[in-house]
Design a protein around this ligand. Structure first.
Ligand code: PAF
Length: 273
């Protein structure tokens, strides 16, 4: 596995590449969720590039940028064992300069749900993803469905800016008890870990109700909110796959989304129905 930290060096290295290239952008602290994205990229492409970059512009002031989990050596080993060809490991100074051209998330879709609790977060996400895609120029780029709003906005960016990369949506990986895998799960104490299960259980309630033919969104959300108590809920929403408001669940076109705080940790999860 080749490790490159300079964006221009990576661009130069890939300049003559004619192989299909799968790209998995990450912020490190890799877990089974990331490994499944890498495996999918490995299966579907001749060359696999993974980036590890804790992007400062997607953290708001007072968020966990400084204490975001860092596991550089373990991450390198995981990438090597997962068959990654190139690991891109840039420093912030290689990606950002003082006076930046900036990319803004759409005014509506970028500022609801997580974008409402973290205004400006998606400006940072889209900016860095745009930069990474321009550096790597992949055939396919892999993103988890767990960050459904991020995935939706990146797909929108690719469409609206006429970019030619194919965005691949990958399934959420879960612990055996149902908790969605996330690098932030390491912040949870034993007790909080148990509390956090309320999030996946609330999604199971939605799944169960829809399976019984109950499709009224407000009825389902009410039951889910009850299950989530006493967690601090940021949102419980059932939207179309295109993030439009629904009155009734539409099978094959709905996402049930939850964001809640457990202790000081924000956790998000969703299921696609
Ligand atoms: O999902 C993430 O890990 C990040 O938001 C991403 C896409 C790597 C951009 O920094």
């Amino acid at each position: 596995m080749k490790i490159i930290s300079n964006p221009l060096e990576l661009k130069e290295y890939l300049k003559t590449n004619t192989k299909t290239l799968g790209f998995v952008p990450t912020m490190g602290a890799l877990h089974e969720g990331h490994i499944s994205l890498i495996k999918q990229a490995r299966l579907e492409n001749e060359l696999v590039v993974v980036s590890i970059f804790v992007n400062p512009t997607q953290f708001l002031q007072g968020e966990d940028l400084d204490k975001y989990p860092k596991k550089d050596e373990a991450d390198k080993k995981i990438c090597e064992l997962s068959g990654v060809d190139i690991l891109f490991f840039p420093h912030a100074k290689d990606i950002y300069s003082e006076d930046e051209v900036s990319l803004l998330a759409p005014k509506v879709r970028g500022f609801v749900l997580e974008g409402n609790s973290r205004p400006g977060h998606f400006n940072g996400v889209l900016t860095v993803v745009m930069k990474l895609l321009n550096i790597v120029e992949p055939t396919n780029a892999y993103f988890g469905k767990k960050d459904a709003q991020q995935l939706n906005l990146i797909s929108l960016m690719v469409k609206q800016l006429f970019m030619s990369v194919n965005i691949v949506a990958c399934e959420t990986m879960r612990e055996s008890d149902g908790l969605a895998m996330s690098s932030r799960n390491v912040y949870l104490s034993k007790e909080q870990r148990v509390q956090a299960l309320k999030i996946s259980s609330s999604l199971q309630i939605a799944f169960g109700m829809v399976s019984q033919g109950i499709v009224d969104v407000s009825e389902i959300v009410l039951q889910m909110r009850e299950k989530l108590e006493p967690l601090e809920i940021f949102y419980v929403e059932i939207l179309s796959r295109d993030f439009e408001v629904l009155e009734n669940v539409e099978i094959g076109n709905s996402i049930v989304l939850v964001e809640a705080r457990v202790g000081t940790t924000r956790l998000l999860d969703n299921i696609w129905l």
